[in-house]
Ligand binder design. Structure first.
Ligand code: FES
Length: 254
């Protein structure tokens, strides 16, 4: 983990309030694991105080891409950044997805919901490179929110679900998952979606990336703890930021 003032290469809106920010910096050389995240300082000085955790969507040739939703003052400030400006980034953080658990010739289903879609891009890229058959299922509220369908199609079939039925299949990602078979499932998205994927037992192995409110991002503040399944009300816990954000299904209470 390191802290660096990374340069903005591009910062563009790709869907309703969704922005794709490409940054360059030596930090990218430390990134290899899909599903890791960075902690981004959106303003100057101490305002806003907290960094924002944003997952890494792609790592490429001295650059890395992060995708965020503009939904408050902090991310609105980030959306104002233009090429050449710098952004204070801490990372890479977290464990990431164990891509090596999917073996060549096996089928992996990647499930992403909303801003849980971005880490699936780098994961799909690495799995496809390793000879794994990749199927992506991505879910959004509505057509205007859909992004990265075409990008993910470079690595395998892509299915899209929207809650209001304005694009792709009407309903939830699990409605599509119900009809598919896989050796392994990787998922990232809102908690109800992760719960549904976990409860569905769609594959022998399932890995879930939790979206949790974070403070420090480095295991020091306890803002992100969750209980383990074998001790749901006790004192055994995991920190999403440093023990996760990726956990095997059945490991923690979600
Ligand atoms: Fe501080 Fe996880 S965010 S311990």
């Amino acid at each position: 983990m390191r802290q660096e003032n990374c340069k903005v290469v591009s910062n563009r809106q790709i869907a309703d309030n969704i922005f794709e920010l490409v940054l360059s910096g030596e930090l990218s050389a430390a990134m290899s694991q899909p599903g890791q995240f960075v902690h981004v300082k959106v303003g100057e000085g101490f305002d806003p105080l907290l960094r924002r955790p944003i997952s890494i969507a792609s790592i490429y040739d001295g650059t890395f891409t992060i995708i965020y939703r503009r939904q408050g003052r902090g991310t609105s400030m980030l959306a104002e950044k233009t090429p050449g400006m710098s952004v204070d980034v801490l990372g890479p953080l977290g464990n990431g997805f164990p891509a090596g658990e999917a073996k060549p010739g096996q089928t992996a289903i990647l499930v992403g919901g909303g801003v849980g879609v971005p880490p699936m891009y780098e994961l799909a890229k690495q799995l496809a490179r390793n000879g794994v058959k990749v199927i992506s299922i991505i879910g959004f509220q509505t057509a205007r929110a859909v992004f990265y369908e075409k990008e993910l199609s470079d690595f395998g079939d892509v299915y899209v679900a929207t809650v209001d039925g304005t694009y792709g299949r009407k309903g939830y990602v699990t409605d599509i998952l119900d009809g598919l078979e896989a050796d392994i499932v990787f998922a990232c998205g809102p908690t109800p979606m992760l719960r549904a994927v976990e409860n569905g037992n769609y594959a022998a192995k399932t890995y879930l990336s939790l979206e949790e409110r974070m403070g420090c991002g480095i295991g020091a503040c306890f803002a992100c703890v969750c209980h383990t399944k074998d001790d749901p009300k006790g004192f055994t816990y995991k920190k999403v930021c440093s023990d996760g954000p990726v956990f095997q299904a059945g490991e923690v209470v979600i």
